[in-house]
Design a protein around this ligand. Structure first.
Ligand SMILES: *Cc1c(COP(=O)(O)O)cnc(C)c1O
Ligand code: SF4
Length: 345
């Protein structure tokens, strides 16, 4: 493990939170946008090293294009599938659970960027509703912690959540998080102990790390993962294909090969969602398909994620590489095998 000079909680407290703080730190000016700013200082230093035109910078620094009014507020249609607070249940056997709406960083491309607010209370336990819902839905065998970022919760609060789901006899638990790359120090010894305990409460624990570029794989992250990959759990990753950030074959190759070498299996590559304020990261489906097809030549199948797209309106994810060709006719098959439109107008 790392010898820490600054705890992750302190790193959060000292994060850059305003245009003024950003401008003082980067010694340049930034566009004003409607979206909050939140960049932990160690990440800010890394961005500064790489330069403000780098892939790292584009993901986290505000940009005038965020003020464009195209795109949707709820691009994947989560609201229609939320039966109770803190739950989105779209697929038969698994559901998303949102213990918090805060994150360790404000990603400018985020598909929930019009819904998340950094001043929300950190932990909003509503286990009554969750318990009632799960009791009525025994078909749910996996609870996926999403958010916000579930690792924004303290280890104690996470343990409470895990105990609740263990009592409800949910066999599988999953965490979707960006924390390990933003603040590797979050994966401290208490977290290791927590996961070891959880591994005895559930049949399968999965941690899915969100990262988009090989520059996010720092020496610190690698060092932490050397120990954590030995835990009796499954490590996966998910990435978003982002115009100007990672939309080329060699960048994706370096990312996915970097991950498998660390014991993290690339799971999903998401086509970007048509989210308001993030449309400058969106790219044509044809371009994504060509990129993804070319990747096969450079990385083995075990390092290749599934390339998926979320169909607006809540139709869910579907694979995007269509074997007949790159051309996109504007329609996709949803989980019921129905053809539905991707573009809403
Ligand atoms: C993406 C998603 C999941 C997880 O899907 P997997 O294919 O199991 O990774 C679950 N619920 C919702 C609502 C989702 O959007
Ligand atoms: S960590 Fe995830 S939910 Fe949070 S801002 Fe980034 S993409 Fe959005």
């Amino acid at each position: 493990m790392l010898s820490q000079t600054i705890t992750w909680q302190d790193e959060l407290k000292t994060a850059l939170r305003s245009n003024e703080e950003l401008e003082a730190f980067f010694e340049t000016s930034f566009a004003k946008t409607d979206y909050p700013i939140f960049i932990p200082t160690q990440l800010a230093s890394r961005i500064k090293q790489r330069g403000i035109d780098s892939a790292l910078a584009k993901q986290f620094l505000p940009h005038a294009d965020e003020n464009n009014k195209g795109g949707m507020l709820d691009p994947i249609g989560d609201h229609a599938y939320s039966p109770t607070k803190q739950i989105v249940h779209r697929y038969h056997n698994r559901l998303l659970f949102f213990p918090t709406s805060v994150c360790p960083v404000q990603c400018r491309y985020c598909f929930r960027k019009n819904e998340l607010h950094h001043n929300d209370e950190l932990f909003k336990p509503d286990f009554e509703g969750v318990r009632t819902y799960l009791s009525a839905h025994p078909e749910v065998d996996e609870v996926i912690f999403s958010g916000g970022d579930p690792l924004m919760l303290s280890n104690e609060k996470l343990e409470k959540c895990f105990d609740e789901f263990s009592k409800l006899k949910v066999p599988m638990l999953r965490l979707h998080t960006r924390m390990p790359v933003i603040m590797p120090s979050r994966l401290d010894q208490d977290f290791v102990a927590l996961i070891k305990k959880a591994a005895t409460q559930f049949e399968l624990i999965t941690i899915v790390i969100h990262l988009n570029h090989v520059d996010e794989i720092t020496d610190e992250f690698k060092t932490v993962m050397k120990e954590l990959r030995l835990l009796p759990i499954q490590w996966l990753s998910q990435s978003v294909l982002l115009k100007g950030v990672n939309d080329n074959v060699m960048t994706l190759k370096d990312l996915f090969l970097g991950l498998v070498k660390m014991g993290i299996k690339p799971y999903y590559l998401h086509h970007p969602d048509q989210v308001r304020g993030g449309m400058h990261f969106w790219l044509d489906i044809e371009d994504g398909r060509k990129l993804f097809a070319a990747l096969r030549n450079y990385i083995p199948g075990h390092a290749l994620p599934e390339y998926v797209i979320d169909i607006p309106g809540g139709h869910g994810k579907t694979p995007l590489l269509n074997p007949e060709g790159f051309e996109f006719n504007g329609q996709l098959l949803n989980k019921h095998g129905e053809l539905v439109s991707y573009f809403l107008n």
